[in-house]
Design a protein around this ligand. Sequence first.
Ligand code: 3PG
Length: 212
Amino acid sequence: MNTTIFDSFEKHKLIPVIEIPEVQHAEPLGEALLKGGLPLAEITFRTDCAAQAIKTMGSRFNELIIGAGTVLTIDQVKAAIDAGARFIVSPGIDAKVVEYCMAHYIPITPGAITPSEIQLAIQLGIEIIKFFPAEAAGGLNYLKAISGPFNKIRFIPTGGINQDNITGYLGFNKVLACGGSWIAPKKLISEKRFDEIASLTEKALQQIKESK
Ligand code: 3PG
């Protein structure tokens, strides 16, 4: 397993979950994240231009670590990796997708929200889990309760995370980082409000720094 990517998650503590409406938004968005101080981006396969956006962003910004989110199939893993994605995120856990990534040394964080799903992830060799949908499932209290038996697993809570609750999650030692769309929401991207994205990013990182 490639630990460099996960080290980077732990270092920055925040993975922006991004839905790119059109490929033309990829470059200014990458610029805004970097301007805000965050060299990480999870581009979700929720829009048709996801692979192209990963490619465009990656070829423009060497310093940006770009991964693919909402990856549901092996074909999407292949498309993402061909485009230059360096990590894969799935909302749930599909053994075939996880096994494919493990066999090809592709860092993957599958989603899990129940003890059984976490056990399946462990069986497949996963050590870092996307805890999704974090808030809707019961938030930090629920995470604390279900993570008790799983000493070696670190979590990336995602789903409903924002500036009001992120530091609470990050204060829990089993949380590696948090994911969320609030710093680069689709609306701001499609309205080309990239300065606002840069300042939301900067603000979030500042808040994380102050809470340490
Ligand atoms: C995801 O796919 O990771 C989530 O949709 C992100 O959740 P959020 O939009 O509530 O941050």
